[in-house]
Design a binder for this molecule. Sequence first.
Ligand SMILES: Cc1cc2nc3c(=O)[nH]c(=O)nc-3n(C[C@H](O)[C@H](O)[C@H](O)COP(=O)(O)OP(=O)(O)OC[C@H]3O[C@@H](n4cnc5c(N)ncnc54)[C@H](O)[C@@H]3O)c2cc1C
Length: 374
Amino acid sequence: MFDSIVVGGGPAGSSAAYHLARQGCSVLILEKATFPRDKPCTGALSPLVAQWFDFDFAPIIAQRVRRVRYTWKLGDPVASELQTQEPIWLVKRDAFDQFLINHAIAKGAVFQDGTPVIKVEFAEGCWQVHTPQAVFEGRYLIAADGAEGPLSQWLGLKMPKVRPAAVFAIPAERSPHDPTLNFEFGLLKNGCLWSFPYDSERLMGAVTFLGSGEPDYPAAFKSYAAGFDLNGSAGQLSPHLVKLWDGNRSLHTRQAVIVGEAAAIVDPLSAEGIRHGMYSGVEAAKAIHAALQGQDEALAAYTTTMHQWGDNMQWAQRIAGVFFRFPGIGYRVGIKRPTMTKRMGQLLAGEIEYSDVASRVIKRLSTGLLPGRK
Ligand SMILES: Cc1cc2nc3c(=O)[nH]c(=O)nc-3n(C[C@H](O)[C@H](O)[C@H](O)COP(=O)(O)OP(=O)(O)OC[C@H]3O[C@@H](n4cnc5c(N)ncnc54)[C@H](O)[C@@H]3O)c2cc1C
């Protein structure tokens, strides 16, 4: 019997497994895909994650980027530099996720990929985790199966709705002198597009933050690609669901917790989920380690910790609600402000929180709605 079984080997699951294994707990990670696997994701990562780990992330950083450029319907550009100490990292998800798994394995975690979990049941004080090949037993269960996994439903945990999103990978030579994070706000209704440069391709992402229905992502990407003088028909579209945070809810049940995007631990204003998922994995490991030591309330404390994170995200959600309803005004009175990139950098670096800026931002956006006001 394992102390803990983690379902899903993405950043949230591997972070939890790493921290449990390094504290001497026996951990099994079950992953349905064969690693290294790709995950539709554009791979922008806050360097803040380094604080939770005792190893160096340098080998896995594809590049560091400071320059940010915004556009409205491919025009009216605004460019700016992040003022933070460390730039934003770009990581390729196939390599990054394998890198984290390797570190968990080095600490003693057992990783079994190509192994989908098809059923879980609680019996005789432990979790029986069924796969097509075998049934594994764990005292504790960590559901880390991402936006499209079944565990939240199986565990009876209430979850927010999923939204359609997509990544578009298009072959492109990266200019070594101009690594820039690009964001486009006018081409996609209720959402935005972004585009990050990698060595031999450009990864574009798209998410709608409001409304329902499936946007015409292929058409939006094609137009966006043309803005970079790229031929959209050479690109590859990967649709994926996204679970944006939309309210605090219980993230634990009997001897089980849910982490990462499976738990909708994703910023509802930016769709940033890697860093937040890793944080939830680190906190889940602390909770399960404490529970294994006999602390009865440890899993409830995990939910409380993530609710504190959610209290901050409610401000992100409020900003998104105003901004994406009236993005033209948001672009004019918000994005184009010189302080905007500074604040975004500070948010990504953890120097400030949404709650520190939300009231001012919402007031500014609302004032912009008044006729004649700028
Ligand atoms: C279009 C798009 C672009 C994005 N870009 C960014 C970005 O630039 N930066 C950022 O921070 N975030 C980004 N995100 C969000 C980010 O990709 C996710 O939030 C993050 O991957 C969540 O990590 P996770 O470990 O929770 O889940 P995942 O990385 O999704 O991992 C879950 C794992 O569980 C496995 N699994 C599922 N079901 C089972 C099962 N039954 N049995 C076993 N294994 C199972 C899956 O195969 C998968 O490997 C983006 C999301 C989208 C949709």
